[in-house]
Every structure is written in structure tokens, then in C-alpha cells.
Ligand binder design. Sequence first.
Ligand code: FE2
Ligand code: FE2
Length: 195
Amino acid sequence: MTKKNEEPNVEKRTKSWCALPDAYPKPSVCQQNLFYATLLLEDYAGNASELTAINQYMHHHFMFDDKYKDLAELEECIGIIEMHHLELLAESILLLGVDPKYRTLTNNSPTFWDASYVFYGTDIYDMLAADIVAEKQAIKQYRKHHFLIEDIHIKGLLERIIKDEEYHLKLFTQAASHYCPELFRKITGSSDQDD
Ligand SMILES: [Fe+2]
Ligand SMILES: [Fe+2]
């Protein structure tokens, strides 16, 4: 018999134009696991991580605000979604039995997050290129961790986050096609998709 309160193991949707509308799974784990926490800490506060993405996109938001209003809004909007990802990871890391301080524990050695992980950039071209690389790295790393983690709850959460990262990649690529056609051609390898 199904209990009434067993069904909705999902969080409320995050209303945002730069996240997919699908609900996020409520953070949950089968049991505490230091290895899984170590993997999630890389996604949380490693070099290629949510914390790096938040700070990079917010810096780019500040820099674009004067000249490229819509791009500045895109950076901020995506940065806020990365904050939500950070929160979901923090809650999962806690459930796995580890304090979600801003550091990794890979090879049993604490490495604290560093502001030099952020690609600050000098112009719209290299900033957008770095943002596209950041999303590609995130997708690759999440897929790797999804493969290594057997906990079905964490796998579900990573699958949902990957969907947002793929959408972010699409949004940044669309911005590149508008502002930096040369970058867009380089990314897509196309010569016939100019605006
Ligand atoms: Fe993210
Ligand atoms: Fe993202």
C-alpha cells in the first residue's frame, strides 16, 4: 500500500527562464558514503564546479552590464540557477555525512576553493568562450560522476542538473551566435549559420 506522503519526493519547481521547468528531486541518499561525498565536492567547490560557475558568471554579469544588457541578464540568471545547484549538492553532501565547506577532499587532501579558478577574461569573445567551456566541463564531470555513483537518489539529482547545464550550453551558444559569429562558427564547425 502506498502511503500518501511517499509520492512527492520532488522539490518545487524553480521558476526561471534559464532553467528547464522540470522539478528537481529532493536531495536524498541511500546511506552515508564518503567516496560519493568526495565526488560531489568536486562538482560543488572544485576547479570546475558550481561555486566557480557562480563567481565567473556574476563577474561577467558585472562586466557586461554597461554595454550588453541582455547578456548581463543571461549571466546573472544562469548564475542564480548554479546557486540552486550548489544548494542541492550541499544538502546531498551533508546527507552523505560530510560538512559542505568550500573545498574538495580528493586524495584525502583538503583543497579550498580559490578565486583563481574563475576565468575573468578581457572581452566578450573570451568571456563567452570560457562560459561555454565551463558548461561543457560541467556536463562531462557530472556524467563521469553519474557513472561512478550507484546511489539512485544522487544519480537522479545529477541527471536533473545535467539537463540544466545542457540548456545553459545552448543559451551561451545562442549568445555567441549573436554577438560573436566567429566564436559560434568555431564551436559548431559551421560556415552557414550566421545571423
Ligand atoms: Fe550548475
Ligand atoms: Fe550551468
